[in-house]
Design a protein around this ligand. Sequence first.
Ligand code: AP5
Length: 243
Amino acid sequence: MLFRSLLSLLLLLSPTLSFTSSTPNLRSPSSLSASPLKLIITGAPASGKGTQCLSLKNRYDLTHLSTGDMLRMAVSNGTPTGLKAKEFMDAGKLVPDEVVCGIISESLPKDSGFLLDGFPRTESQATTLNALMEEKGLGCIDCVIYLDVEESSLVERVTGRRIDPDTGDSYHIKFNPCTDPEISKRLTQRSDDTEEKVKVRLMEFRSNVEAVNGAYGEKVKRVDGNKSVEEVWESIREIVDSI
Ligand code: AP5
């Protein structure tokens, strides 16, 4: 009896001890918390969403759902969704809401936290997401991280981005150069990463950003995305830890 009580006490205390051991952390990783974290990361093209998602998904144990990545995969596999999306993506325009919402509806995980990257991008997508989460009993979005970056930097980030087609890893010729000569040889550029296409992508972003952020009110946390990758991550970590 005494042994069982001691064991229960230890089990009760152990998660608390692990939170305070290395980094001070108000928010536990999602696997240890009562309700899994449900996050959105938003921002203009090349504002650094994908870059920060790597740290977010690892620290908080989240399923990363990037509509851009899923659509590019559908295009390269020639699926019906890919065929519908290709002409819009090639032009830098938004893919129709029903196509993107269909992908998200099939992908939202029921039992784990998730991180939506690049979705929702229109007011209608935000409304659909809300309805989907309610239908699936997933509760509400906890926080929307909005990466705010000056437009002059965005063009430089877009045109200098390079992708490793084998791993999907992203580099930048100036801000994050690839140091492995073997990998460097195979790096490619996304077809929509041109100065001409980024103008269209920015226009699409500008015409929707207020409506999308408006749909989440005080849950939107603005982060200065002009800083270094590490500084941006520090700001995001502080916000998410305090949820
Ligand atoms: P998507 O793939 O979502 O593109 P995007 O929103 O334009 O964002 P990016 O992937 O270009 O950039 P990012 O913010 O992830 O930046 P990254 O971290 O890579 O969408 C592509 C297309 O798919 C859309 O145009 C549309 O057609 C369609 N689509 C997708 N979702 C849709 C939706 N919901 N509805 C309708 N259509 C949809 O960083 C960029 C570069 O900058 C990298 O080289 C990186 O190394 C560098 N970098 C990152 N952070 C920093 C920093 N702090 N300082 C310096 N350099 C940095």
